[in-house]
Ligand binder design. Structure first.
Ligand SMILES: Cc1ncc(COP(=O)(O)O)c(C=O)c1O
Length: 359
């Protein structure tokens, strides 16, 4: 996509900063499959420390990170995991946990704040371990921030309550923390505190943290050792990966402090959109971090979200994602400025005013 576009489809479109590009150029590298890449080792150590766990593993993507963790926790044949019906693992990862990990998914309705009700989780835990009809519950997965629920943040207290439930039933707790740093910044808590009750975490460097590639899995030393084996069989053993890890180190040291501004810009954008007739969004309730979901009112407007997205792109140079027939999503990140936001609001206003239903 030409850089002249204002691309608000996702924070995955972030480009590496100049500091990252320089660090990539300068990176000390080795063969990471042999454990020889000092830059990867440094990144992994930093990630483990940041999340207060024993060890970490650099993996190519969040999807692979989640898959490895599920494979690892659910290695017993006939395992089941409990997870939200709107979570990324269930909806957007090609069903890899079923096809590759052969793990059965038991879903729970996702609440609008991204949580799963404790009673819903508990109801689905298979307590009759000797009953041959049932798979064996092994794992609960949460997502923070929650993508499809609009970048909503799970609190420390909530995660701890799920952690306690897991402990009570001898289950593991996995956190898909693709945007965990957004949650930590929003709550103003140490990332380690946010995941203290989790057995494993996968978090992404290549979203709001702006690295070109990569995620990290974090957990116990034993869990990470086994995860390294699984990464290899999935084709994720990367050789001179220090070139990528060098950018990841900048992600961890320099980028989290910029996320607050992304959240402010998202709120500004939501406030602007909420004042446009036909555009439905509640900035206070709907926007907590860097995601701005809004609906086009189909009674007031004679256009669906895809038509809107086409006009926005072709006539105004702005990119939006279209997660539903009348649903749109903007995501802010470090390259998006306040001026960009003001421009986007004005262009949206212009389009919607010119596409009102004539009654
Ligand atoms: C919540 C969540 N988990 C996992 C992923 C997967 O990350 P990746 O695109 O690196 O595979 C994403 C990607 O957007 C995500 O939003």
């Amino acid at each position: 996509m030409p850089s002249s576009f204002i691309d608000l489809r996702s924070d995955t479109v972030t480009k590496p900063t100049n500091e990252m590009r320089q660090a990539m150029f300068d990176a000390e590298v080795g063969d990471d499959v042999y454990g020889d890449d000092l830059t990867v080792l440094k990144l992994q150590e930093m990630a483990a420390k940041l999340l207060g766990k024993e060890a970490a593993l650099f993996v190519p993507s969040g999807t692979m990170g989640n898959l490895i963790c599920v494979l690892n926790h659910c290695s017993q044949f006939g395992s089941e995991m409990i997870l939200g019906d709107e979570c990324h693992i269930h909806i957007h990862e090609q069903g890899g946990c079923a096809t590759l990990a052969r793990v059965h998914s038991r879903t729970v309705p996702t609440q609008s704040d991204g949580t799963l009700l404790l009673k819903d989780i508990e109801q689905r835990i298979r307590i009759e371990k000797d009953n041959d009809h049932f798979p064996v519950t092994k794992l609960v997965c949460l997502e923070n921030t929650h993508n499809r629920m609009g970048g909503k943040v799970l609190t420390v207290e909530y995660i701890e309550s799920v952690g306690k439930l897991c402990q009570q039933y001898g289950l593991k707790l996995h956190m898909d923390g693709a945007r965990l740093m957004n949650a930590a910044v929003k709550l103003d808590v140490e990332p380690a505190k946010l995941v203290q009750s989790c057995d494993s975490i996968s978090f992404c460097l290549s979203k709001g943290l702006a690295a070109p590639v990569g995620s990290l899995i974090v957990g116990t030393r034993e869990f990470i050792l086994q995860s390294k084996r699984l990464r290899k069989v999935l084709g994720g053993g990367m050789r001179q990966a220090g070139v990528l890890a060098a950018a990841g180190i900048i992600s961890l040291t320099q980028m989290p402090k910029l996320l607050k501004l992304d959240h402010e810009n998202a709120k500004l954008l939501a406030e602007g959109l909420s004042k446009i007739d036909g555009c439905e969004i509640n900035p206070e309730k709907d926007v907590q971090t860097n995601m701005v979901f809004f609906l086009l009112n189909s009674d007031k407007l004679r256009m669906d979200a895809q038509t809107f997205a086409n006009i926005l792109k072709n006539d105004h140079g702005i990119l939006v994602s279209v997660p539903g027939k009348f649903k749109c999503r903007f995501v802010t990140y470090y390259m998006i400025t306040k001026d960009n936001i003001e421009y986007v609001v004005e262009q949206v206003r212009h389009i919607l005013e010119n596409n009102k239903n004539i009654i």
